[in-house]
Design a protein around this ligand. Sequence first.
Ligand SMILES: Cc1cc2nc3c(=O)[nH]c(=O)nc-3n(C[C@H](O)[C@H](O)[C@H](O)COP(=O)(O)OP(=O)(O)OC[C@H]3O[C@@H](n4cnc5c(N)ncnc54)[C@H](O)[C@@H]3O)c2cc1C
Length: 249
Amino acid sequence: MRQSTETARKLDLVVAQPVTDEEIRKRWPLITGKMDGWSTVWNHSAGWVNARGALTQLAQAAQENGARCVDGPQGHVVQLLYDEDGKCIGAKSADGSAHFADIVILAAGAAAATLLDLKGQLVAKGHTVGHIKCTPAEVKKYQEIPIVAHLEGGLLFPPQEDGRTVSLPRYRSDNKDDGVPKPIDDKMRRWLSECFHELAGREWFETRLCWDADNPDLHFLIDKHPNQPGLHLAVGGSAHGFKMMPVIA
Ligand SMILES: Cc1cc2nc3c(=O)[nH]c(=O)nc-3n(C[C@H](O)[C@H](O)[C@H](O)COP(=O)(O)OP(=O)(O)OC[C@H]3O[C@@H](n4cnc5c(N)ncnc54)[C@H](O)[C@@H]3O)c2cc1C
């Protein structure tokens, strides 16, 4: 945290300011949990972005400019294709069809290692997410709560535009099973009660694991493959890749 404050200062960005418990209660009276042992900072320049909307618009713009999107078995790649000189020339899909290109970009997130030996560089991580369904009155009530980001606990978001949900990713939890295991469920609830005590006992509307791939330095790996001509990589979102979208696109 200290390091990122220092970086923001050096880059002349908004620097997060320390806030006391008293200031928190005064400014956001809906935060009723104890927040024991927290040392909290507030950054007014932080915000929430509609990732689904951004990706949909990007896909539309790409199609308007000639891109063709394929999904289902035709879009599910099972194998990269190489010519006899080792140049990557395309991909084979689950329906048996093949797609050829001068440049192939592997951008399969946490699943990238199913298509290419990444020499252990990427680690697939499942991030647990829980949604609570809020009533219309609660949507209104919690509309103005701040995004709460706790590096060990997780992130907590206000209800989203379409709806009625509060989202709670808990970071860095590996788990191969579907659903959310009980200890993680308990931890998510404990964390929720730290901030919004009255919501902590509510049933989850849904829980799931969302996968992303971590690089050792927690930065994207976007580059040509060093040994395989024709193949480029765009992997390793490292749990903070979405915010790079405007830079990458
Ligand atoms: C719960 C959660 C919260 C997050 N919050 C934030 C945040 O607040 N800010 C932020 O900046 N980032 C956040 N992230 C991280 C961000 O979402 C990821 O870093 C980013 O999506 C990674 O982009 P990507 O293109 O590498 O992989 P992905 O977005 O995972 O995209 C990979 C795509 O490849 C497809 N695919 C996989 N295998 C195949 C195959 N064989 N054939 C065809 N297609 C395939 C997948 O279906 C997927 O659509 C969060 C991630 C999670 C899980």
